[in-house]
Write a protein that binds this ligand. Structure first.
Ligand code: KIV
Length: 272
């Protein structure tokens, strides 16, 4: 752990910028419920993201599109209640900010007011800058999200690498600069070439957080269920599995079933 993150003080949007300036990497992970968020926060994560990936991980949907503002608030409340140290960021779900600036600002205020999170994250570039400015003016720190933006999966036609060609890379660079000018304090870069992510990180003031974007970003984010091995099916090149929760839970459940079946649970000490 670095010198900035060893203090148990609450991490803020400003801390992200201090960490970037100090060259200390930022570790972010998703969480969607109280119990998991408590463990991850106490383990020393810098930031917890209530990603709209809750749609896939918590609800079993094929994509992030169906999750609603009410459902995001339900998950965000639980994570915010659990968190003492990490900066808590909540995704604005599909449909909650694309129609108009006013609707985006209203939904961002609702999410922060009802859940207690510290910041919101929106997908998109120059097209959403006006809304981003409105949310920041309302006093809410904003995280941007460029590259593979899963809410636009049907436009991309899949979840492949983004910004491979020069034209798309330049568009992404212009989007990053526009969001930076608008005042985002952090910028998620998902599934883009490492060289481009490093270049963006160098050229913007915001702290860049990569997922499938190489090692040149200011920090990294992973979905906790992927990083901790709750499932073995999702195996993109960028993913490293840091634990094997699926095996651990399977072993525990197998033992529990066996002890119930052979009547060794509960024993006398476990009875009243
Ligand atoms: O929803 C999510 O989990 C995300 C991360 C992958 C960055 O947006």
């Amino acid at each position: 752990m670095g010198y900035l993150t060893t203090s148990k003080k609450k991490i803020t949007a400003n801390t992200f910028l201090e960490l970037k300036a100090a060259g200390e990497k930022i570790a972010m992970m998703t969480a969607y419920d109280y119990t998991t968020a408590t463990i991850i926060d106490q383990a020393g994560i810098d930031s917890l993201l209530i990603g709209d990936s809750a749609s896939n991980v918590m609800c079993g949907n094929d994509d992030t599109l169906p999750i609603t503002v009410d459902e995001m608030i339900y998950h965000a409340k639980a994570v915010a209640r659990a968190t003492r140290h990490a900066l808590v960021v909540c995704d604005m779900p599909f449909g909650s900010y694309q129609v108009s600036r006013d609707e985006g600002v209203r939904n961002a205020i609702r999410i922060v007011k009802e859940s207690g999170v510290d910041a919101v994250k929106l997908e998109g570039g120059r097209d959403i800058v006006d809304t981003v400015c409105g949310i920041i003016s309302a006093g809410i720190p904003v995280v941007g999200h460029l590259g593979l933006t899963p809410q636009s999966v049907h436009v991309f036609g899949g979840y492949g690498l983004r910004a491979k060609d020069e034209a798309e890379a330049e568009r992404l660079m212009a989007d990053a600069k526009a969001l930076d000018e608008a005042g985002v304090f952090a910028l998620v870069l998902e599934k883009v070439p490492a060289a481009l992510a490093a270049r963006v990180s160098h050229e913007v003031k915001a702290a860049t957080i990569g997922i499938g974007a190489g090692n040149g970003t200011d920090g990294q984010v992973l979905v906790y269920a992927d990083a901790l091995g709750f499932s073995h099916d999702f195996k993109p090149k960028f993913l490293r599995r840091f634990a094997d929760a699926q095996q651990c839970i399977t072993d525990g459940v197998t033992q529990y079933v066996s002890c119930v079946k052979d009547s060794t649970f509960p024993n006398a000490d476990e009875s009243y």
